[in-house]
Write a protein that binds this ligand. Sequence first.
Ligand SMILES: Nc1ncnc2c1ncn2[C@@H]1O[C@H](COP(=O)(O)OP(=O)(O)OP(=O)(O)O)[C@@H](O)[C@H]1O
Ligand SMILES: [Mg+2]
Length: 653
Amino acid sequence: MKRIHLLSPRLANQIAAGEVVERPANIIKELVENSLDAGAARIEIDVEQGGIKLLRIRDDGHGIPKDDLPLALSRHATSKISTLDDLEAVSSLGFRGEALASISSVSRLTMTSATAPEEGEAEQAWQVEVEGREMAASIKPAAHPKGTTLEVRDLFFNTPARRKFLRTEKTEFNHVDEYFKRLALSRYDVAFSLRHNQKVIHSLRPAIRNIDKEKRVAALLGPKFIDAALHIDAEAAGLELTGWVGLPTFSRSAADMQYFFVNGRVVRDRLVAHAIKQAYRDVLYHGRQPAFVLYLTVDPALVDVNVHPTKHEVRFRDGRLVHDYLFRTLHKALADVRPDHQSAPTSLQGSGVLAAETSGLTSPALMANSQQRVTGIQAGEFSEQTRMSLLPGRNPMTGQRLGQTNSPAGVQEHLNAYQALSQPLNVGANVVTTEERVDPETGEIVTVQVENNQPQESDIPPLGFAVAQLHGIYILSQNEHGLVVVDMHAAHERITYERLKIAVDHQNVQSQPLLVPITISVSEGEADAAEQFADEFERFGVLLQRASPESIMIRQIPVILQQAETERLVTDMLADLMQHGSSDRIQAHRNEILGNMACHGSVRANRKLTLPEMNGLLRDMEDTERSGQCNHGRPTWTQMSMSDLDKLFLRGR
Ligand SMILES: Nc1ncnc2c1ncn2[C@@H]1O[C@H](COP(=O)(O)OP(=O)(O)OP(=O)(O)O)[C@@H](O)[C@H]1O
Ligand SMILES: [Mg+2]
C-alpha cells in the first residue's frame, strides 16, 4: 500500500499548469493580462520559434517591489484580491494567483521588475527565478526601467509528455497571433507590438478616437470586416454594448471572426452565442457565420468570472436579461440597415472612414450611414425622364400588382403627380404628397400626408431614380452619390417577405378570392394534409378546398402574391407544412415558409419593368427593414459613387 504524502511544490504547480498552459499562446494570454492589470500603457511581445523557444513580454506597468518578487512566482499568491467579497466583484483580469507559478514550473522563467523609485532613491531593478522541486526563489539585482519583463524559455523542457503535444512552429505561432488579436482588441488605450523571430508582425499605437479604433480592428482582422460593419453603441438596463457587427453580406463559412468581451475579458459563452445567432437568423444564409467584435459592460458583481481556470467562460447572474438585451440590440441594428440613412438611429454610425481610403465598391451600409458625401451631381442634372419617374413610384405594389400601372387609377395618379411636379418647385415651398405605408402596429396599409419643405436637391431619395433596367435583372438608378445597381428579384423578395411577416404577425394577411378557382391534382396524402393544415394555410392567406380524393381547389391567395404562379406556390407550401408537421414546428419555421412564399411572389428575372415600377421598388426598399439583403443574406443593391466611376476611367477631378 502506498502512503499518502504532500506533492512537491513543483509537481503541484505542474499539475495546475495542465489546466491553463497548453501551448505558448496561453502563456501570452496570462502574461499580457498581468501587464494590463499592472496598468501598462505599452506591451511588447517577442516570440521565437512559435513561442516554444522563447516568449518575452515587456511592460511599463507599476512593477513589483523587491520583497514581493519571490511571492509573485509562488502558488496562491496574488495582489489582486484578499477577501471573498473581492472575488465576487473582481475587476482585474487575474485573481487566482497561480499563473506565474504554473508557467515557471514547466519552463525556464525569469522575471525582472522595477517600481518607481522613492524620492531621493536611485532606480533599482531586481530579477527573480525559481529552482528545484521546492521552487525556491533567488533574487539578484538587474537593470530595468519601471515596469516588468517576463522571459519564458524552453516551454515543457521538463515535461516531455506535454512537449509532444506542441505542433509546428507555424501552428503555434498562429495560436499566439490569435491570442494577441484578442488581447489587442480588448484594450485600445494600450500600445501593443508583436515580433516573431525578430520580424515585426503587429505594431499598434494606442487608439482613443473611434476612427483609430477602427484602424486597429482593420489591422488585426483585415479592412474588409470593418468596411462591412455596423458600429454598435447601445446602453440599457445597466448593460452597455459597443463594437462592430459585420453586415450579413459579410458572413463567413467558419465562426472564426467572433470576438465577444465581457468587461474587457474575451469569453466564449453559449448564451451569448445563441443571442447573436438569433439576431442574425433572419438575414443570414443558412450555415453562414456572422463576424463581430463586441464589448459588453456589466456591473462586475453581476457576472461570475470564477467558473473556469482559463476564465474563458463566465456566468451571468441574470442570463435571461443579458440574452434579451443582446438579441434586441443586435436584431434592431441589423433591421435598421436600409438605404435611407436618415432612418438609422443615431447610435449607429457607419464605419465609413476607412472605406474612404479604399477604392472599389462601397457596401450598402457604408453608403447608408457614411458621413462623407460624394458630390458631383448638381441639382438639376437630373433629366426630365428621371423626374417623371418619381411619380406613381410612391405607391405601387401595395396591394397592387407590379405592372398594373396602366389601370385607369394608375394613369390618373401618374398624371396628377406629374402635374404637381412640373410646377416649379420653390426652395422652401411646402409640397404635400400622400404616401402609403404599412403601419407597423396593425400591419394595415395607411395613407399618410407627407409635408415636404426641403429644397429640391435633398428630394433625391437615397436610392435615387431609376434610369434603366439591365438584361431584365438589374435596375440602374442615379442618386446623389452616383450609380445604384439593384438586384430587382432579390430586393422584391425581401420586401414581400417583410410585408408577409408583418401581416402574418398581425393576423392580417390581405387575401383575395381568385376569379377562377384553380384545381390542382395532388396525391391523396397531400390532399389530406391540405385539409389538416387548413387553418395554417388560412393564416398565411390561402384558402383551399378539397375537390376530390386527389385534387384540391385554390380559392384565395394573399394579395401581395397575386403575381405568383399559384399552383407552385400552394404545392410548395404544402410540402413545407407537411415537412414541419405539428403546428408548433410550423410556428418555428414560419419565417422559412414565408421566405419561400415571398420567393414565389417576387418579380422574376427577365421581366421588363417600367420606370415607375422600378422607382416604386426603390421607394419600397427605402421603407423596408433589412432591405439591404435578400432573404438569403445576399446584397440587394450596391452603390458606385462618382469617384468610384472616375477611378474606373482614370478621371481626376
Ligand atoms: N507584469 C506585472 N507587473 C506587475 N505585477 C505583476 C506582473 N505580473 C505579475 N505580477 C504580480 O504577480 C502576482 C502573481 O501573478 P499571477 O499571474 O501568477 O497571478 P494573478 O494575476 O494574481 O492571478 P491569475 O492566476 O488569475 O493570473 C500578481 O498578483 C501581481 O501582483
Ligand atoms: Mg495573472
